[in-house]
Design a protein around this ligand. Structure first.
Ligand code: HMG
Length: 381
């Protein structure tokens, strides 16, 4: 039985900044951001958006009556959850008007949890092949104004249907996981911004990729030439380059060129949105599928990484007519509007944080399908 990704959709905020402008205001050479880090634009989050509104906006694009009728489970993967107890999957289920007879849970392990959601969904579908599982990877990457991590922020959600009729990617059985207790990036319960040992985190990432990919090669006998593309978790686009170049070394043959070209296609959306944590690998997959000549039957390798740290390498086979089952991300990104650095800083400072006061947001400028209206009696509206 084939099991895998049947449909995918991405949603982000309607606002973004140009990172050349941010560089100017921060007194940094713009080439550091656009070449050194590899980012051009970054999604900006107004106080009226959170992981629930973004997750619901992405999932809404996948919903039909038929999908709703077969849905057994909603898994939301996030590391920027809005409640320490209640699963945001329940909020999203309600916003989408889905049937009450579903299971709804939230998963956490930094950026890796989206992949965990997909693998758990595969198990559920294997037990009940007629059922569909909705996996939503939704996050807001927030490091703080004027920090080294600022240029690697971002926000967005990727929603995916996992079923036994995968129209995008049939996932193959072999995968390799690696788990080690590492303090490269974390967020204590009292903090709204991530803490990070930045350079160390990039080294751990590269090392994890090397370890899982080498083990995968030993287990399967497959080599680079078995892949049409390697898709990476992209906290920023340069990270994927570091991992791929670390593995390819000074190879410049046809296979190495193919993988480098594939990487460039997978980076296009991340360049314009930034890190979307749990969804980053899947935004890279969408970027690759929509910007590279891909054929049905091609094998893709996916490297998922979550700080803390967890890595997984797994593979999938591209299915016929896969593009018909994705939303046009570039068209959506072109409809966003640019905000100034002052406006971005203002929005950043007015997010609902640890504050327990009631608040009502001005919704007049928010044209998103779902909005956070405020907070009353400790409940988000
Ligand atoms: P930094 O202090 O800006 O680093 O932090 P830098 O000064 O070394 O500069 C970065 C690069 O720009 C360097 O290139 C410079 O040479 C280059 P590299 O050596 O890395 O190839 N550069 C220039 N290039 C062109 N023109 C110039 C110029 N100046 C400098 N004029 C860092 C960068 C990424 C560490 C920081 O932004 C950060 O801490 N980000 C957050 C952490 C992160 O994203 N880590 C990634 C791995 S961990 C991960 O992926 C998990 C994560 O997604 C979270 C999760 O799992 O939940 C983060």
């Amino acid at each position: 039985m084939k099991i895998g990704i049947d449909r995918m959709a991405f949603a982000t905020t309607n606002e973004y900044i140009d990172l050349r402008e941010l560089a100017k205001v921060r007194g940094v050479d713009p080439n550091k951001y656009t070449i050194g880090i590899g980012q051009d634009q970054q999604a900006v989050v107004p106080p009226t958006q959170d992981i629930v509104t973004l997750g619901a906006a992405a999932a809404r694009k996948l919903m039909t009556k038929q999908v709703g009728d077969h849905l057994s489970t909603i898994i939301v993967a996030t590391e920027s959850g809005v409640d320490n107890s209640k699963a945001s999957a329940i909020n999203i289920k309600e916003l989408l008007g889905l049937n009450d007879y579903v299971r709804a849970v939230e998963l956490k392990e930094a950026c890796y949890a989206g992949t965990a959601g997909i693998q758990f969904a595969r198990g559920l579908v294997a037990l009940h092949p007629q059922e569909t599982v909705l996996v939503i990877a939704t996050d807001i990457a927030r490091y703080g104004l004027q920090t080294a991590g600022e240029v690697t922020q971002g926000a967005g959600a990727v929603a995916m249907l996992i079923s036994a009729t995968p129209h995008i990617l049939a996932i193959e059985p072999t995968s390799v996981n690696l788990t080690k207790d590492v303090m490269d990036f974390w967020r204590p319960l009292y903090a709204t911004e991530a803490m990070v040992d930045g350079k160390y985190s990039t080294n751990v990432y590269v090392d994890f990729f090397k370890q899982v990919f080498t083990r995968y090669q030993m287990m399967t006998g497959r080599q680079f030439n078995d892949f049409a593309g390697l898709i990476f978790h992209l906290p920023f686009t340069k990270m994927g380059k570091k991992a791929l170049e670390g593995a390819l070394g000074d190879r410049h043959d046809q296979v190495a060129t193919r993988l480098r070209t594939a990487l460039t296609a997978s980076q296009l959306y991340c360049r314009q949105v930034g890190n979307v944590y749990t969804g980053s690998l899947y935004l890279a997959l969408l970027s690759f599928l929509q910007n590279r000549q891909v054929n049905a039957g091609d094998r893709l390798g996916l490297f998922s990484y979550g700080s803390g740290a967890e890595g997984e390498f797994y593979t999938g086979i591209v299915q016929p007519h896969f593009l018909d089952h994705t939303n046009d991300v570039q068209a959506m990104l072109q409809k966003r509007h640019q905000v100034s650095i002052t406006e971005y800083e203002d929005m950043f400072n007015h997010q609902l944080g640890m504050d327990e006061q009631d608040v009502e947001f001005d919704l007049s400028n928010d044209h998103a399908p779902f909005v956070l209206a405020g907070q009353k009696n400790h409940q988000r509206i």
